[in-house]
Ligand binder design. Structure first.
Ligand SMILES: O=P(O)(O)OC[C@H]1O[C@H](O)[C@H](O)[C@@H](O)[C@@H]1O
Length: 493
């Protein structure tokens, strides 16, 4: 195998290491040669999409032609979906929230939630809401809701806000505890999101110690009319931000959907978009070995159709990247899980996404990855340098087994674990690849998420399926709607 071909390293240092996906007993040069024409067409199709938003065969939910515009989002330019004006408005919004709003609840599900959770986890970590206002640099606490119709958690958020208000350091008779409800829904009518919003909105309105304000993030409904949420925002005079037409939920983290969360927590919007932009620029290359998104798509596509690798385990080695795996589940499942190809033929394409975290899941899933069916690609994500990196101390010198670890940095131990896992899998012809982020920063996160988004666009073209619709999710909705109507009729409450 040509060792030089085992990694794509971009100028920023982000690396796609495909050593364990490519070569003898893996995806071979001959396999790539077999799909060379498809690869060229796929690259060309994505270039056209970038240029004019047009994707062959893509129509909106109501069957009318629809552009695909997420590749415009990294480019902040007057007239673009993200413009200097819109970004400034977001930043100003962040500053009005800072030191003034005590807590934000972000309501959303699917693409209106998953990317926001990634930004929150990466920037804030697990303990943000228990930190002091100073430690949060004046930014509010942030809770998520509406990503399920869960009665218990919805109730507990209301209780938690009451408790937060009771613990606030100022006199609530002079200034109520200020809670902002940010309701994110492209369609503006998603049951899960709106149900949680209405329950919490009504409950908080009853509490004199809490003041409630609402911000809407929504798109136009079919035909360009305002969505239900958009109409409510106009009626109640709530500030409103946009989910742009042509940007599907699972690609919307680079739009105001994700950026509003970024603004509320002080996450670096400019660097995040700069990362996405630099990935987009790199991926304009028609040379497979220099274009990580195209190469990733090609190797995974061949792994699936030729070698039966029909599952993809997304396994970052970092607790706070678990939500990237959850975001990727929606991206992969909704984009590529398709019954028909673009020409109307039955296809049943797709790769089942699985969330895993290293090292945690080495003690849970790895047995299956190593010894179960050879139907998986394991996609690792590793972080090169960590901001905090405790060295394991010699806390119990008489315990030889523990003393053996003394002096080793935790990040070095983590990487030894990851590479041992990758190597053990590779030795048994278990396909895997690794994306290495030099550090966990807004820039590299932008690069990572954008690479994955672009990759499914390429793979949609390779498989000849529309990566931008999700008709399958309508099947249960058609059953659920009438059932809910029936429930309302029979409900005694
Ligand atoms: O943003 P919304 O319109 O509320 O949609 C939220 C989610 O709803 C649906 O289930 C779609 O399948 C998802 O792609 C979407 O992200």
């Amino acid at each position: 195998m040509d060792k030089n071909k085992a990694k794509v390293v971009l100028d920023s240092g982000i690396t796609f290491d495909y050593t364990n996906l490519y070569g003898d007993t893996k995806v071979t040069d001959a396999d790539l040669a077999d799909v060379a024409a498809k690869l060229a067409r796929s690259h060309q199709a994505v270039a056209e999409m970038r240029l004019n938003g047009e994707v062959r065969g893509h129509v909106s939910k109501d069957g009318s032609p629809e552009k695909v515009l997420f590749t415009e989002l990294p480019y902040v330019k007057t007239g673009n979906l993200n413009s200097p004006e819109s970004i400034n408005r977001l930043k100003q919004f962040g500053q009005t929230v800072r030191n003034q709003v005590d807590a934000v609840i972000s309501f959303g599900i699917g693409g209106s939630y998953l990317g926001n959770k990634v930004l929150f986890d990466v920037h804030c970590g697990e303990f943000w809401n228990s930190k002091s206002t100073e430690a949060r640099r004046g930014y509010p606490k942030l809770y998520f809701s509406g990503n399920n119709i869960d009665p218990r958690r919805t109730t507990e958020i209301i209780e938690q806000l009451q408790a937060d208000a009771a613990c606030s350091l100022y006199d609530l008779t002079t200034r109520p505890y200020r809670v902002m409800l940010i309701v994110i829904s492209k369609s503006g009518a998603t049951l899960d999101t709106m149900a949680a919003f209405m329950v919490i909105y009504e409950a908080l309105q009853q509490l004199p110690q809490i003041s409630v304000e609402v911000v809407a993030v929504t798109g136009p409904a079919a035909g360009g009319a305002p969505s239900l949420l958009g109409r409510l925002a106009a009626e109640y005079d709530w500030p409103a931000f946009q989910v742009p037409d042509g940007v599907g939920g699972r690609f919307s983290v680079f739009s105001e959907v994700g950026l509003i969360t970024a603004a509320c927590i002080g996450f670096d919007i400019d660097q995040f978009l700069a990362g996405a932009r630099s990935m987009d620029e790199a991926c304009q290359s028609g040379e497979l070995w220099r274009n990580p998104a195209l190469l990733n798509a090609a190797l995974k596509y061949i792994s699936a159709v030729k070698y039966g690798r029909s599952c993809e385990v997304f396994m970052p080695y970092a607790d706070y990247l678990k939500s990237v795996a959850e975001w990727y589940v929606q991206l992969l499942a909704e984009s590529l899980g398709k019954r028909f190809d673009k020409d109307g033929g039955l296809k049943f394409y797709g790769r089942t996404p699985v969330v895993a975290v290293g090292t945690t899941d080495m003690h849970a899933q790895t047995q299956l990855h190593q010894d179960g069916p050879r139907d998986k690609v394991i996609q690792f994500v590793a972080i090169g340098e960590w901001n905090n990196d405790p060295v394991i101390p010699d806390a119990f010198p008489k315990a030889a087994g523990l003393s053996a670890l003394a002096g080793i940095g935790m990040s070095a131990a983590l990487e030894v674990a990851r590479s041992a896992n990758a190597e053990a899998l590779a030795r048994d012809c278990r396909f895997n690849a690794t994306i290495v982020l030099p550090r966990l920063s807004a820039f590299y996160l932008g690069q990572l998420l954008y690479m994955l988004a672009l990759s499914v666009a390429y793979e949609g073209e390779l498989a000849n399926v529309d990566a931008f619709d999700q008709p399958g999710v309508e099947a249960y909705k058609r059953l659920m709607g009438p059932s809910l109507k029936q429930l309302k009729l029979t409900s005694k409450r």
